[in-house]
Design a binder for this molecule. Structure first.
Ligand SMILES: Nc1ncnc2c1ncn2[C@@H]1O[C@H](COP(=O)(O)OP(=O)(O)OP(=O)(O)O)[C@@H](O)[C@H]1O
Length: 575
């Protein structure tokens, strides 16, 4: 029922008019064989017995059926082409909506999600092709039932004819299950091949790939992955085709047996024989269509199951609590634990990020700093413990509203191939236009003035290509567009900047945060440069997923622990 609703909804979204025409022409092709069979008996008997009345009635029925048979395919071809054009677009739009609307991003990193998403994308066109299924399926069953009753009227034993569909149906089900298992088994290989392809043609990776001379290896690896995927699916497809054809071969045998039975009966009129030939044909056609439809239903159910699974991920328990306009207490992490799969990354984190403060998080590579940030932005949920935003569990908050009140600059920033103005404005689309220019000034992206069209310069391969540091300054400007976010996160957003520029930038942000402390904004900075983080109100040291030290720069130096040691090393390096 849920699948039927999905298909009808999809058909309607493709276009109500087209959907209705497509349904009508498809249905007509199922009705015409029955109409033809019913007209044949009065026509043949009318001709033999010179009964004009029956002859005309039968003739009209046969003529109508033949007209439908001749005209319907023209409409069917037109509607099918139009449906195909639009349906893959509409299905893909729906999938994209589901995949990107999910409140968290963790599903993008789960192999199960990626495999299902890939299978769904591959089979999405099938959803569009099957929008008439909810109407066709009951119609074909009715056609089979009517034909069977009419046949049973001729010879009761002929009512057994449709039963031939049962073993064939079972065989077709086995074939589909085989195909489905193979698709899921092949999905990781396909995903690998796709990633290798994208990597090999990506301009960002081109230089490193050429310098390392690994393009041949990438091609070979791509070829291995596709071969593995094809081997799995081809074997399964071949076996399922053999199983399916055994089922189909039962039909001609049954048809021949039914006709012999009627021909051997001396009481049968020529009209009876004609009716039996046509009805047995209609029954066999209906039974094979049911078989065909059952295959489609199983395939569609597999695709729909992926779709519903994705939909469930996208709408998982959304929080509804309103987000405060400004923080008064701050954000508290209580005994927070997080693992990627079964790999623990954060353990027993207790932290109080006070409202209006600047907090720096330091720690060596892989300590868990970025993961902590992902938890703070609600991209991931902790496996245990809680994150309280002014006393309210982050999981209970309306995440969309919460994200609209965050600002963030990341080490892996996006290079938006837009104009400079647009690439910065996406940091806060509802903010007034002058926020964009203010943010660019704050990020000291002075190079913008030297670009050919200033703020309106198109960036990227179709316009002006920027240096790594210039792209990064635009990413920082993007993080500064929102005037009073609840939480500003700067996760190594300035790695391409020199240490002095980074320190000056953070000092400016910290001064601004202190000046506007009344708005309760929390600024979190992650940096490997101790010269930058020293001005933070609180410095948190993460080691192997645990908070080992926290305090001000002076407090941590006095303590003489990891921070003091690392600070001493870096200060020595710069002096
Ligand atoms: N998506 C992921 N799936 C599985 N493991 C991950 C994922 N992201 C990070 N990890 C692992 O979690 C650990 C912490 O990673 P994280 O990125 O939080 O560290 P970090 O302190 O920010 O490191 P860096 O300073 O290098 O940016 C690392 O061991 C990393 O391998």
């Amino acid at each position: 029922m849920k699948t039927a609703r999905l298909l009808i909804g999809l058909g309607w979204e493709i276009g109500p008019g087209l959907f209705l025409v497509y349904t009508a022409v498809t249905m007509s092709s199922f009705v015409s064989p029955l109409l033809f069979a019913l007209g044949l008996r009065p026509l043949v008997d009318g001709v033999i017995e010179s009964d004009q009345h029956r002859m005309i009635a039968g003739g009209i029925e046969v003529a109508v059926a033949l007209t439908v048979v001749l005209i319907a395919p023209i409409g069917y071809r037109w509607a099918t082409v139009r449906m195909r054009e639009r349906s893959s677009f509409v299905s893909e739009r729906r999938i994209l909506r589901l995949a990107t609307n999910a409140p968290q991003v963790e599903h993008f990193e789960r192999p199960e999600f990626l495999d299902r998403l890939q299978s769904l994308r591959r089979d999405a066109a099938g959803l569009g092709d099957s929008v008439t299924l909810p109407f066709i399926a009951p119609l074909v069953v009715a056609q089979l039932a009517v034909s069977t009753v009419l046949l049973a009227n001729l010879r009761p034993v002929l009512a057994l004819l449709p039963l031939i569909a049962i073993p064939a149906l079972w065989l077709s089900r086995c074939a589909e299950q085989l195909r489905r298992r193979a698709e899921l088994e092949a999905a990781p290989h396909r995903r690998l091949a796709e990633q290798l392809f994208t990597l090999s043609v990506s301009p960002a990776a081109a230089q490193e790939i050429h310098v390392a001379s690994v393009s041949q290896e990438l091609v070979a690896e791509h070829s291995r992955a596709t071969k593995n995927a094809n081997r799995i699916t081809h074997t399964a497809l071949f076996t399922s085709a053999v199983i399916g054809s055994i089922g189909w071969s039962l039909f001609p045998v049954a048809y021949a047996a039914a006709l012999l039975l009627v021909l051997h009966d001396s009481a049968a009129t020529a009209g009876d024989v004609a009716l039996a030939i046509a009805l047995a044909g209609a029954v066999i056609a209906a039974a094979t269509r049911i078989l065909d439809l059952a295959g489609s239903v199983l395939r569609i159910r597999t695709t729909a199951e992926h779709y519903f699974w994705l939909s469930e991920q996208a709408h998982r328990e959304p929080g509804t609590e309103p987000v405060p306009h400004r923080l008064t207490h701050g954000i508290e992490l209580r005994n927070v634990t997080f693992s990627y799969g079964d790999r623990p990354v954060l353990a027993g984190i207790d932290l109080h990020l006070e409202a209006g403060r600047t907090i720096a998080i330091v720690g060596e590579n892989g300590a868990g700093k970025s993961t902590l940030v992902k938890l703070l932005t609600g991209m991931y949920r902790p496996q245990s413990g809680e994150i309280l935003v002014d006393g309210v569990d982050l999981a209970a908050l309306d995440l969309t509203q919460y994200r609209q009140k965050l600002s963030a600059g990341f080490q892996d920033f996006v290079r938006y191939q837009l104009t400079v103005r647009e690439a910065v404005a996406v940091g806060g689309l509802t903010e007034p236009a002058d926020r964009t220019t203010q943010a660019i000034a704050k990020a000291e992206a002075t190079f913008v003035d030297t670009l050919p069209q200033g703020l309106d310069t198109q960036l990227g391969s179709d316009g002006v290509e920027l240096s790594g540091g210039q792209w990064q300054k635009l990413a920082i400007a993007r993080a500064l567009v929102r005037p009073a976010p609840l939480l500003m996160i700067l996760d190594e957003p300035s790695a391409s900047l020199d240490p002095q520029t980074e320190a000056a930038l953070f000092d400016r942000l910290a001064t601004e945060a202190r000046a506007g402390r009344a708005d309760g904004r929390i600024t979190v900075l992650i940096s490997h440069r101790f010269s930058t983080v020293r001005s933070a109100d609180l410095i948190v040291v993460l080691e192997n997923g645990r908070v080992t030290e926290q305090g001000t720069h002076e407090e941590l130096l006095d303590r003489g622990g990891t921070y003091a040691e690392l600070y001493g090393l870096q200060a020595g390096g710069y002096s």
